[in-house]
Write a protein that binds this ligand. Structure first.
Ligand code: GDP
Ligand code: ZN
Length: 310
């Protein structure tokens, strides 16, 4: 039987079969997935084959190849990772202009991480009911910047309901990861879409996740019109990535595209002669905030030894 793993408690997995039945499964014997060192060989979002035992219990005996997966390092010392989820179709990053302010560095780090994981991102700009003239100016700037690079932006208010129909439409039939700084309205948004779920709003949501942090528990929430939601707190829930400095540009699509015209093919776009990225920055073809985020990620992964005065 084919099925989809929708819950992982650490000791057993809940698998939804193609016929729509939910079955508790164990993993067969010492079954391990090739190539990945992780504390859990199977995760939510995995498409699996299951078989019933004579005793009436079920076990997973095969996992389909994943199109992507997100991980969390078990500890700083350990090289073993915990796989949070697999086969994610899209990520929704919930942001707001000023309630609280979402900084572009945070957005860019999330986007770069998602690019590295090969997960498409949509930006959900929430709390539009609160926006004054300055907030709208900021929002239009954000919207223009990210739409130009290729990330779609959606204006919503969970309070007035503005834009929510379109969000529901985008969720249909997909596995969607929700992320965003605490306080931006993630839980409120998810509760509006899935009224039965009742995620705690406010700071309590954070403690709910704190509990999850040390355990191997994860779950996807099933949507009425098909599709699933995975809720993760901020970028931490998304897992950390150790970028190689020369790789970072790959995860900034507009920088990567222009970098093909750099004179040196190992150009890091910081000081090299003939750098097309620096030229584009001069001409405002690449945004300064994106470029600064690019530098800050390189800094993080090299202890700041490449910091420039830009
Ligand atoms: P989370 O930490 O991202 O899960 O944020 P919550 O969903 O807990 O929301 C934080 C606060 O923002 C709560 O007091 C919500 O009622 C409020 N909130 C959420 N969405 C909106 C919105 O669209 N407009 C307004 N005015 N408040 C909102
Ligand atoms: Zn360059």
């Amino acid at each position: 039987m084919n099925g989809l793993v929708i819950k992982n408690t650490g000791s057993w997995y809940l698998v939804k079969t193609e016929e729509g039945k939910s079955i508790e499964c164990k993993i067969k014997g010492n079954f391990r997935l090739k190539g990945i060192r992780s504390t859990n060989p199977v995760t939510v979002g995995d498409r699996v084959k299951i078989e019933m035992n004579k005793e009436g219990t079920a076990f997973i005996y095969e996992i389909e190849e994943r199109k992507n997966y997100i991980i969390r390092r078990s500890s700083n010392l350990s090289k073993e990772s915990h796989i949070i989820a697999a086969n994610i179709d899209q990520a929704f990053l919930v942001i707001t202009a000023n309630y609280p302010k979402t900084h572009t560095t945070f957005i860019d780090r999330f986007l770069a991480t998602a690019e590295a994981y090969r997960i498409p991102v949509r930006l959900i700009i929430n709390k539009t009911d609160l926006y004054d003239k300055d907030d709208w100016e900021l929002t239009e700037g954000i919207r223009y910047l990210y739409t130009t690079i290729g990330y779609n932006c959606y204006l919503v208010s969970t309070k007035t309901g503005e834009g929510l129909e379109q969000i529901k439409e985008l969720l249909k039939g997909k596995i969607t990861l929700f992320s965003g700084n605490s306080g931006v309205g993630k839980s409120t948004l998810i509760n509006t879409i899935l009224p039965g779920l009742n995620l705690k709003t406010g700071s309590i949501s954070a403690s709910y996740h704190k509990g999850m942090h040390t355990t191997t528990f994860s779950e996807m929430f099933s949507l009425p019109d098909g599709g699933y939601i995975i809720d993760t707190p901020g970028i931490k829930g998304f897992g950390t990535i150790d970028f190689l400095p020369e790789e970072v540009a790959h995860f900034f699509p507009e920088i990567f595209q222009i970098s093909h015209n750099c004179r040196f093919n190992n150009c890091t776009h910081r000081h090299e002669p003939g750098c097309a990225v620096l030229a584009a920055l001069e001409e405002h073809l690449i945004s300064e905030s994106r470029y600064n985020s690019y530098l800050s990620i390189i800094d993080d992964n090299t202890d700041g030894k490449y910091r420039t005065g830009y």
